[in-house]
Design a protein. Structure first.
Length: 341
């Protein structure tokens, strides 16, 4: 029996090749984390099996044969491609957002550690006064380093008077060493800390180091977030690892200096080290499910499963009689009975 290629066959063949070719590439990328170089061969085999099953489904439907088992096998194989595709596409499109969330969480962690340590230290003044002095101190330090008016100018002197009023003590006006106003700001800050606090040398050093680290990483992270998407993706992981190492070191030190009864610190591990891994992609998508996650999910479903749906819909069942027929080529035919006069 001579089978002829119809426009429906050509259309479905081209569509299947296009969709499964894209799926092959994404599957290859998505499986690299597990199989390494072998992912290319695995993705190729899976894609060829999907193409073969599409052809088998079309033929079976035309000949009126059951297609349930073929559909089941297709779904089973396509599920592996779907998982790999989602991992590859989600990582590609959401990587910048994942890094951004992690960097902002690090800033929050430093702020929380700073506040936690501050609350556990002993001060000569009540909490409200101590907080006001701390705010004025930070403003003073920034004013001293201000490129437009470095040193202890008019604004800095007003802040010092406010601090003296709050503490009831005299603040000495220190002088810079050469042009090092960063050092001057640090020394003025330490002087005010010594006035306010009733701390041991270790506690004073700890407080200063945590304050400096929180300021440093907040500024560094904010500067990074202003960069282009490409630069952020390239630099974020290194910055995350470095800042978390500093955070964990300071947190462990705070627990040692203040004691386990005052502060309990849990080290933080970088979640973005898992970027590119299948489990992380699905976990992050579930926890942060929204429009972007829905679009990636829908795209992967269409990429891997829509061709089977189209084949089943456009192919007539059991209508093969020498020519492949489908909804694209099927024409109504019939006999007209002419009555005898």
């Amino acid at each position: 029996m001579n089978k002829k290629m119809t426009p429906a066959d050509l259309f479905l063949g081209i569509l299947a090749i296009l969709l499964i070719s894209v799926s092959f590439y994404q599957t290859w990328l998505g499986l690299q984390q597990i199989f390494g170089p072998a992912s290319f061969v695995i993705a190729l085999v899976l894609s060829l099996l999907l193409l073969f099953l599409c052809w088998m489904l079309r033929s079976a439907k035309l000949e009126g044969k059951p297609t349930g088992s073929l559909v089941g096998i297709y779904i089973f194989i396509a599920s592996f491609c779907f998982i790999a595709n989602f991992n590859a596409l989600y990582t590609r499109f959401m990587k910048t957002d994942i890094y951004t969330d992690e960097l902002r969480d690090i800033n929050k962690n430093f702020t929380a550690l700073e506040n936690d340590v501050e609350s556990k230290l002993s001060y000569k003044y009540n909490k409200a006064t101590t907080q006001n002095i701390e705010i004025k101190k930070k403003q003073l330090m920034e004013q001293i380093k201000d490129p437009g008016n470095k040193g202890i100018g008019t604004r800095a002197q007003l802040l010092i008077k406010d601090i003296e009023r709050l503490t009831g003590q005299k603040v000495d006006l220190l002088t810079p060493v050469g042009e090092d106003y960063e050092d001057l700001a640090e020394r003025m800050g330490k002087q005010i800390d010594n006035i306010v606090s009733d701390l041991s040398p270790e506690e004073r050093t700890l407080k200063s180091d945590i304050n400096n680290a929180a300021f440093k990483w907040n500024k560094t992270i904010q500067d990074l977030l202003l960069l282009s998407k490409k630069d952020k993706d390239g630099l974020s992981q290194g910055l995350i690892d470095e800042s978390l190492a500093d955070y964990n070191k300071l947190g462990s030190r705070a627990q040692t200096v203040l004691g386990n009864d005052k502060i309990h610190f849990e080290p933080v591990v970088s979640k973005t080290q898992q970027v590119g891994k299948i489990g992380f992609a699905f976990e992050h998508a579930i926890k942060n499910f929204g429009m972007y996650q829905f679009v990636v999910l829908a795209g992967c479903i269409l990429l891997d499963f829509v061709i089977v749906i189209i084949i089943l819909l456009v192919t007539d069942s059991g209508n093969y009689n020498g020519n492949n027929r489908s909804v694209f080529t099927n024409k109504r035919s019939g006999k007209t009975i002419i009555p005898n006069n």
